[in-house]
Design a protein around this ligand. Structure first.
Ligand SMILES: CC(C)C[C@H](C(=O)NO)C(=O)N[C@@H](CC(N)=O)C(=O)NCc1cccc(N)c1
Ligand SMILES: [Zn+2]
Length: 168
């Protein structure tokens, strides 16, 4: 599978979801990148203009590529494997409710607040780095989202093995 042929990879946040504070979006994305940089030689640098390797955006329905989003639920986001142009880019479905909380958060009394952006971003960035889905239940790259406590989230060994097979 394709990988970035360099250790320094740039990313740019093109727009924001109205569901969260911009600072919380930026922190969720930065923490998601840190998960992967902590187990690879990769370094991620945020840029604020021009072309970045990984362009991050929120959009709904048709958004200019061949994979339109589907409204609330269903597909939450998608990301392209490493490459030029759209390669590496990650798109998040704006019709989802994005949050920094998880159902384990003390702030959540009962209602399901939505999808944790850090968790989904960590999964999507796995794709942006070249990982495909895992069949290991509990792995970050498992195809189905599971709300877990994200306060001190650790990559599953399967995720570490996968990314180190590409960049170790
Ligand atoms: C065929 C793909 C475009 C599906 C899409 C996905 O895998 N994106 O990476 C997706 O949004 N899958 C949903 C499946 C679902 N609605 O349960 C998902 O939760 N993926 C994100 C995710 C986030 C965090 C953890 C895990 N394991 C999966
Ligand atoms: Zn996925």
């Amino acid at each position: 599978s394709p990988t970035w042929m360099k250790e320094d990879v740039t990313y740019r946040i093109l727009n924001y979801t109205p569901d969260m504070l911009q600072a919380d979006v930026e922190e969720a994305i930065a923490r998601a990148f840190q998960l992967w940089s902590s187990v690879t030689p990769l370094r991620f640098t945020r840029v604020y203009s021009g072309q970045a390797d990984i362009m991050i955006s929120f959009a709904a329905r048709f958004h200019g590529d061949f994979y339109s989003f589907d409204g609330p639920g269903g597909t939450l986001a998608h990301a392209y494997p490493p490459g030029s142009g759209i390669g590496g880019d990650a798109h998040f479905d704006e019709d989802e409710n994005w949050t920094k909380f998880t159902t384990y958060s003390v702030f959540v009394l009962c209602a399901f607040l939505g999808y944790n952006l850090f968790l989904v971003a960590a999964h999507e960035l796995g794709h942006s780095l070249g990982l495909s889905h895992s069949n290991v239940f509990g792995a970050l790259m498992y195809p189905i989202y599971m709300a877990v406590d994200t306060r001190n989230y650790q990559l599953h060994q399967d995720d570490i093995d996968g990314i180190q097979a590409l960049y170790g």
